[in-house]
Design a protein around this ligand. Structure first.
Ligand SMILES: C[S@@+](CC[C@H](N)C(=O)[O-])C[C@H]1O[C@@H](n2cnc3c(N)ncnc32)[C@H](O)[C@@H]1O
Length: 226
């Protein structure tokens, strides 16, 4: 695997756990939710929320992306990478899960400029970009690691870094605390709620949009490039 540039043991640990989770435990589930096969009512609300989030992020990118390089950081099954490439962007789409990158590659229509990679989104080997999008791929990292990751991405981005986080709220913080008291062995990696004010202090002001659809609660934030 490509090495990350972030010197944090907790970042590496979270990434390695996510790799195992998305590569083994959740691959079929994730394939289903990112397709149009029927899913449970709860998952359908998550799917609708995620579609809305992707649309929001795409409206923050130029309509014409000819000549622009975009990194889909934590691309999963690749829906955003495909949309950016359809706008003419030269896309690098990276994910730690080789299984999901295979699904993404198989699903993508031909003729688009997408370089699919397996590895860490912070790898310097990926190069420099005009835009980076990390949709729901940093939500499992501790706030300090999320901030450090966004800053590392920003250092090699000229226009904007768009990412999402789980906005902190009292009920979410409580659920989180209870989850830590009663850990289950094989459950999904916990989402780390973050306060918007903390992110703004570290990363500056930019557009933001909160999406809430059933169990899906996520907020997008735009950070200006370096
Ligand atoms: C919730 S999924 C979202 C996938 C995609 N962005 C989407 O919205 O459909 C999070 C993805 O981020 C990937 N991921 C997490 N940390 C990563 C890292 N450090 N480098 C690359 N991929 C990462 C996971 O493997 C997973 O596929």
């Amino acid at each position: 695997m490509m090495a990350s540039v972030l010197p944090s043991a907790s970042y590496d640990k979270a990434r390695d756990r996510l790799q195992v989770y998305f590569d083994r435990t959740a691959v079929e589930q994730w394939k289903a939710i990112t397709s149009d096969v029927p899913v449970s009512r709860i998952r359908a609300t998550v799917r609708a929320g995620r579609d809305q989030m992707r649309e929001t992020l795409l409206t923050w990118l130029p309509r014409d992306m000819q000549g622009l390089r975009l990194l889909d950081a934590g691309c999963g099954t690749g829906a955003l990478a495909v949309e950016a490439a359809r706008r003419g962007a030269t896309v690098v789409a990276v994910d730690v899960s080789a299984q999901l990158v295979d699904v993404a590659r198989d699903r993508a229509p031909g003729g688009l400029s997408i370089d699919w990679r397996v590895g860490d989104m912070l790898s310097a080997e990926l190069g420099h970009f005009d835009h980076v999008v990390a949709m729901d791929s940093l939500i499992h990292y501790k706030a300090d690691d999320m901030i450090a990751a966004v800053l590392a991405l920003r250092a090699r981005t000229s226009r904007s870094v768009l990412f999402t986080f789980a906005p902190s709220s009292a009920p979410l913080e409580l659920m989180h605390a209870v989850g830590k008291i009663f850990p289950r062995k094989d459950r999904a990696p916990a989402i780390e709620p973050v306060r918007e004010a903390r992110l703004r202090l570290a990363l500056g002001d930019g557009r933001t949009q909160r999406i809430s659809s059933g169990f899906y609660k996520s907020q997008a934030l735009e950070v200006a490039g370096a």
